[in-house]
Design a protein around this ligand. Sequence first.
Ligand SMILES: [Zn+2]
Length: 224
Amino acid sequence: MKITITTLGSISPYSKENMNCPGFLIEYQTYKILLDCGNGITRLLHFPSDLNNLHVFLTHFHSDHIGDIGSLQYASFCHHNLGNLSKKIQVYLPDNDFRFNRTAILSNKESFADYHSIQEKQSYQIGDFLISFEDNHSHSIESYMIKLQSQNFKLVYTSDIGTNNMNGIINFAKDSDLLICESSFLETHNSSTKTHMTASKAGQIAKLAQAKQLLLTHFWPEED
Ligand SMILES: [Zn+2]
């Protein structure tokens, strides 16, 4: 199975110049999976073709991870009305309603979409990938790590994680072929926050989880 992984956005908490907030497009078989929908990522998608067979996973309701979901919903609505899209896009999101974001997304009537829950005991089979979730309880709000598992490829995306449950992350990411791990800070930032990861700790996680490849992401916009 050929898998194409495209980074659409890799900075946080705001978009800047030609850099977008988090978004990863995973293409395989006839499917497209979008992990997070950060500010600016829709400008790198191709419309209407990328709306076909599109499954969007929103890991949590911080604005840098959902900034473009309204644009994507509206694109689905417009292209459906133009006759370019016959099948609804599928959107998966947590059950909590942090700052009414879930309500806002679900009540957007100018959208051609179905909605599904992200929960720890929930998993979805999409083509050859089984998709499952876990809240590491280390970020400042409920936030889900996502695992895509096929017979011979395992991808783990941490989304936002903190430093107080490293073992939980290592277990979830165990033996992944590709680990996409947030690294909001460098050790030199000397940040007191415990609700984000550093690049150094992401490296430790990858090593202990025996991940074959590590992709760092979620960079501070003012860093090189
Ligand atoms: Zn966050």
